[in-house]
Design a protein around this ligand. Structure first.
Ligand SMILES: NC(=O)C1=CN([C@@H]2O[C@H](COP(=O)(O)OP(=O)(O)OC[C@H]3O[C@@H](n4cnc5c(N)ncnc54)[C@H](OP(=O)(O)O)[C@@H]3O)[C@@H](O)[C@H]2O)C=CC1
Ligand SMILES: Nc1nc(=O)c2c([nH]1)NC[C@@H]1CN(c3ccc(C(=O)N[C@@H](CCC(=O)O)C(=O)O)cc3)C=[N+]21
Length: 286
C-alpha cells in the first residue's frame, strides 16, 4: 500500500499556527506582514501559484501587493520596482515569479532583491548560506518537502536520494537541504544517461522536471519514497505531476499526490517565511 502524503492537511495546520503569530505581531508591534509579488507574462504553474497564494495570505492576515506585468515589460522597469520595494520598510518579502520571459535576465532580477527580503531564498548570498549549512532563508518548495518528511517521520539520514532536475527553484536547493540532512545525494537532469538505473537504486526519488508523468513504477525500487514536484496542465485541462501515479501505486511506500502534495506546502512555507521576516524586522528595530 502506498501512503499518500497529505500536503493539504499539513499546510492547513501550519497556516493556522501562522494566523496566530500574525495576530500577535499586529497586537504587540502593530505590524502587518506584507508580501510583494511580481509576475511578468503568463505561465500556467505561476498562475495557480499566485491564486493560491492570495487565498492563503488572506486567511492568515498577510497583505499581498500583486504586480501583474505584461509579457513585454523591460528588465529595467522590473529592477526599478524591486529597488523601490527594497527601500520600503513596510514590505517584508519580495517574490518574482519564475520563469521570466526570455528577454529578461533572471540572474539580474533575483540578484536585485535584498537578501533580507528574498522570501524565495534565490539570492546568491542566501543560496550560499544554505549550501554552507547555515541557512538564513530557504527556498519554499524544498523546505515544504522537508516538512512533509518530518510529519511522516521519514528520515533522509544515510538514504540514497536521487533528485531529477537542477533548477535554482527546486533541484539545487533540495540537494543542499538533503546533504545538510545527512543523505547521499545524486542530482540528475536532461543530460543524465541511464536515469532509470539511478532511480532504481534510490530510497527517495524527488522529481522536478516539468515532464508530465515521466517517472513510472518501473523506474523505482519497491518501497521507495517518491516526491512529485511537477505541476503540469495537460491539453485536456487536467493537472498532473511528473510522476505516473497509477503505475507507482503499490510499489512506492510513500507518494505526494498532485494536486494536494507539494504544492500546498510551497504556499505554506512562503507564508511562514514572510511571517518570519516580519518578526525579524521588529527585532532589528530594537
Ligand atoms: N509544486 C510546487 O510547489 C512547484 C512546482 N514546480 C513545478 O515543478 C516542475 C519543475 O520546475 P522547475 O524546477 O522550475 O523547472 P525547470 O524547467 O527550471 O527545470 C527542469 C529540470 O528538469 C530537467 N529535465 C527536464 N526534462 C528532463 C528529463 N526528461 N529527464 C531528466 N531531467 C529532465 C532539466 O534538465 P536541464 O537542466 O538539463 O535542462 C532541468 O534541470 C514544473 O512542473 C513546475 O511547474 C516548480 C516549483 C514549485
Ligand atoms: N519565484 C517563484 N517561486 C516559486 O515557488 C514558483 C515560481 N516562482 N513559479 C511557479 C512555480 C510553481 N509553483 C507552485 C506552487 C504551488 C502550487 C499549488 O498550490 N498547487 C496546488 C494546486 C491546486 C489547484 O489549485 O488546482 C496543489 O498542488 O495542490 C502550484 C505551483 C511555485 N513556483
Amino acid at each position: 500500500m502506498t501512503v499518500l502524503m497529505d500536503g493539504r492537511k499539513l499546510s492547513k495546520k501550519i497556516k493556522e499556527q501562522l494566523r496566530v503569530r500574525v495576530e500577535k505581531l499586529e497586537k504587540s508591534a502593530g505590524i502587518v506582514p506584507r508580501l510583494v509579488v511580481i509576475m511578468v507574462g503568463q505561465d500556467a504553474a505561476s498562475q495557480i501559484y499566485v491564486r493560491n497564494k492570495q487565498q492563503a495570505a488572506k486567511k492568515i492576515g498577510i497583505q499581498t501587493i500583486d504586480n501583474m506585468l505584461p509579457e513585454d515589460t523591460k528588465e529595467e522597469e522590473i529592477l526599478n520596482l524591486i529597488y523601490e520595494y527594497n527601500e520600503d520598510p513596510n514590505i517584508h518579502g519580495i517574490l518574482v515569479q519564475l520563469p521570466l520571459p526570455a528577454h529578461i535576465n533572471e540572474e539580474n532580477v533575483t540578484h536585485a532583491i535584498l537578501p533580507a527580503k528574498d522570501v524565495d531564498g534565490f539570492h546568491p548570498v542566501n543560496m550560499g548560506h544554505l549550501f554552507m549549512n547555515a541557512p538564513h532563508s530557504l527556498p519554499c518548495t524544498p523546505r515544504g518537502i522537508m516538512e512533509l518528511f518530518k510529519e511522516y517521520e521519514i528520515s533522509p539520514k544515510s538514504k540514497n536520494v536521487v533528485i531529477i532536475g537542477r533548477s535554482n527553484i527546486v533541484g539545487r536547493p533540495m540537494a543542499a537541504l538533503m546533504i545538510n540532512a545527512d543523505a547521499t545525494v545524486t542530482i540528475a537532469h536532461s543530460k543524465t544517461l541511464n536515469l532509470s538505473k539511478l532511480t532504481q537504486q534510490a530510497d527517495i526519488v524527488i522529481v522536478a522536471t516539468g515532464q508530465p508523468q515521466m517517472l513510472t513504477g518501473e523506474d523505482i525500487k519497491k518501497d521507495a519514497v517518491v516526491i512529485d514536484v511537477g505541476m503540469n496542465r495537460l491539453p485536456n485541462g487536467k493537472l498532473v505531476g511528473d510522476v505516473d501515479q497509477a503505475s507507482i501505486d503499490g510499489i512506492a511506500s510513500y507518494l505526494t499526490p498532485v494536486p494536494g502534495g507539494v504544492g500546498p506546502m510551497t504556499i505554506a512555507m512562503l507564508m511562514k517565511q514572510v511571517v518570519e521576516f516580519a518578526e525579524r524586522s521588529v527585532k532589528n528595530d530594537c
